[in-house]
Design a protein around this ligand. Structure first.
Ligand SMILES: *[C@@H]1O[C@H](CO)[C@@H](O)[C@H](O)[C@H]1NC(C)=O
Ligand SMILES: *[C@@H]1O[C@H](CO)[C@@H](O)[C@H](O)[C@H]1NC(C)=O
Ligand SMILES: *[C@@H]1O[C@H](CO)[C@@H](O)[C@H](O)[C@H]1NC(C)=O
Ligand SMILES: *[C@@H]1O[C@H](CO)[C@@H](O)[C@H](O)[C@H]1NC(C)=O
Ligand SMILES: *[C@@H]1O[C@H](CO)[C@@H](O)[C@H](O)[C@H]1NC(C)=O
Length: 583
């Protein structure tokens, strides 16, 4: 049967070299975070943080010396690099190297802290972030009790080619923290100095890229996307030189450290390096560790455990990328070393949120080929999963390997189903009708033709009543105004309206509410973060804090955000912005 949706999807990915997979995502009512409507309370000043859980402050750790991490599990499970010292070298037969962070120089300042993470994950009273001790602990100047800082050895395919040994070149894992909920989190500093994996790098991260990672990882969490988290951002006076656009224009910036957390930082590249260098016993050991720690539903006695693991990663990666697409998020460097085995978003570099809808949107302005354009992400995910299979093949039987290939073939389908689900939710569609795919594809095509704002077009569809849609009254709904300039818009609209009318038991208010819960009003647009960065570079962190607060409630209209123009048509200068790529 002729399906315009399929055809369109093909057209959009024609430039890609793999099986055509494509498009955008959303989140169902169930997996979206619940949105605390009281948060929209306009009285909240940007300085007010709200915890969303009820905990009595007295349960929180108020004294940093009582905060302990443990490296026992990681150190006992694996051999550690026999060589010491933070000099660049090729490392063999281990998973980690011990590596002491290099303290940042000059005055340290707390630029941002996430109360949600500090209290909700680390069980610390957020007041401790105001202490000098915290500044040192969170920037590598002092180690928390129990910490044996480690740099992880991994490899990866970068931009399509095997790049050999990569590893944590400027990140240190401090250890694991088991919180009162029983969750285990691995704490990591980024920008904390050289390690054996620094290659020619200086081990530092600049304020610019650190503000971006801090804000975006937290924003992604509140958008309901699996991601690493950020606890704090410390900036220093230490000069760091960077060629921001790789154009020979070297600039002195300042060093910063993000304290970030994930359940695990293992990547596809963690397995690849072992496989590539023939360290198969260690490969098996790491796999068993990851499965035991992070895939509790897989039994260690299961003779097919690696296969089940692979199948889980394939499924969850497809889901993750579909989710990225549904909010217009482009990661920017989808190399195998930047893809988590737990299918969470990690390594925020030259990412970007798409503004005008375009499958060719590339956040990294130096990526001329568009390898990591938003429309190519699903294909790159497939490429990376293929590489994961290659890495696993030494521990799979021939028969398991062919089953694994079969599983990989299912990726496209899983992805398409998820995308379809997510976009249906973005449009408020219930049940399933034959032409739903067409309705979605038609809309995206009009968005592309009219260069409508992706985030706001969906958001405004969530905020407009059926009556106003009927009347095509889009006063002040700038993204819908743009969209409705398309000559086929009236046709699409009438199909959409009829589709909505056929939804029994659905009221227009319910539809709007459902849609508002999946279509964010605020995402971290480049122009927003650039402005916060310029201020942060002058030690004014107010805009970082404002953005952090607003993006903690992305689905809720907030007065401060409206005043700042975060839901308005982007300023003209935003179009000329280049994403700073070096970090
Ligand atoms: C949460 O906090 C509110 C206000 O302090 C209190 O009334 C309520 O009982 C608390 N709920 C729980 C479950 O502790
Ligand atoms: C695939 O992953 C999603 C997202 O984590 C999960 O909800 C779903 O149950 C998984 N499906 C299978 C078959 O494991
Ligand atoms: C992610 O990929 C980029 C580009 O290959 C690389 O420079 C960077 O080191 C990776 N990030 C991490 C933390 O490994
Ligand atoms: C951006 O793309 C270029 C070209 O592919 C690549 O060399 C560069 O490393 C990328 N930037 C980052 C931060 O990954
Ligand atoms: C609509 O609601 C009625 C009464 O609650 C129920 O019997 C019916 O099954 C519902 N229809 C749909 C399509 O959900």
């Amino acid at each position: 049967m002729w399906s315009p949706f399929k055809v369109l999807v093909f057209a959009l990915v024609a430039a890609c070299s793999f099986t055509p997979v494509h498009v955008l995502e959303f989140c169902t009512d169930r997996d979206c975070p619940s949105h605390d409507n009281t948060a929209s309370n306009s009285q909240l000043s940007p300085n007010t943080f709200r915890s969303r859980w009820n905990i009595s402050v007295s349960n929180l750790i108020q004294d940093l010396d009582r905060f302990r991490v443990s490296c026992k599990k990681l150190i006992e499970a694996f051999p550690i690099d026999v060589v010491d010292g933070n000099f660049a070298r090729s490392v063999k037969n281990c998973i980690f190297s011990k590596s002491i962070p290099t303290p940042l120089k000059g005055q340290l300042r707390l630029a941002a802290a996430s109360k949600e993470v500090i209290e909700g994950i680390l069980d610390l009273d957020v007041a401790v972030t105001q202490s000098d001790d915290f500044l040192h602990y969170a920037s590598g100047g002092r180690l928390p009790p129990g910490s044996i800082p480690l740099a992880h050895r991994y490899g990866g395919y970068q931009f399509g080619y095997w790049a050999g040994q990569l590893g944590d070149g400027r990140a240190h894992s401090l250890g694991q923290y088991t919180n009162r909920k029983g969750e285990v989190w691995e704490l990591q500093l980024k920008g904390s100095g050289k390690t054996p994996y620094s290659r020619s790098g200086d081990g530092r991260a600049v304020i610019r890229s650190s503000v971006r990672e801090f804000l975006c990882s937290e924003a992604m969490h509140f958008l309901g996307v699996p991601t690493s988290r950020a606890a704090s951002l410390i900036v220093s006076d230490e000069p760091v030189t960077r060629d921001q656009f790789y154009d020979g224009n070297v600039k002195t910036e300042r060093g910063a450290v993000v304290l970030r957390l994930a359940r695990s930082w293992f990547r596809i590249g963690s397995l690849e390096i072992l496989s590539q260098s023939g360290e198969i016993d260690l490969l098996r050991k790491l796999l068993i560790f990851v499965i035991d720690e992070h895939f509790p539903s897989i039994s260690s006695d299961d003779p097919d455990k690696y296969l089940v693991f692979y199948s889980t990663v394939v499924n969850e990666t497809a889901h993750l990328i579909a989710q990225w697409m549904s909010i217009g998020f482009a990661h920017g460097v989808c190399n195998t070393d930047n893809f988590s085995l737990l299918s969470i978003t990690i390594d925020y570099g030259p990412f970007g949120f798409m503004e005008s809808y375009s499958p060719n949107f590339v956040p990294n302005t130096s990526d001329d080929e568009g390898r990591y354009s938003i429309g190519a992400q699903a294909d790159v995910g497939l490429f990376n999963l293929q590489k994961l299979l290659v890495a696993l093949s030494p521990v799979l039987s021939k028969q398991q390997e062919s089953k694994a290939e079969h599983i990989l073939n299912g990726y496209v389908d899983i992805y398409h189903k998820r995308i379809h689900q997510l976009f249906k939710a973005k449009l408020g569609l219930l049940e399933e009708e034959e032409d739903d795919g067409y309705l979605i594809a038609f809309l995206l095509k009009m968005m592309e033709d009219t260069q409508s704002d992706f985030t706001m077009a969906f958001r405004q569809l969530s905020e407009v009543s059926a009556q106003r849609l009927q009347d095509r009254d889009f006063t002040q709904l700038w993204a819908l105004e743009d969209l409705s300039s398309h000559k086929l818009f009236p046709d699409w609209l009438s199909v959409y309206q009829l589709r909505l009318i056929r939804q029994q038991n659905d009221s227009d208010l319910d539809r709007q509410q459902r849609m508002r819960n999946v279509n964010p009003r605020y995402v971290l647009r480049n122009w927003m973060v650039e402005s916060a960065i310029s201020k942060a570079e002058m030690n004014d962190f107010s805009e970082v804090e404002l953005l952090h607060h607003i993006l903690s409630f992305p689905f809720v209209t907030q007065v401060t955000a409206e005043e700042a123009g975060y839901a308005s048509r982007p300023p003209v200068w935003a179009k000329r912005l280049k994403v700073s790529c070096s970090s």
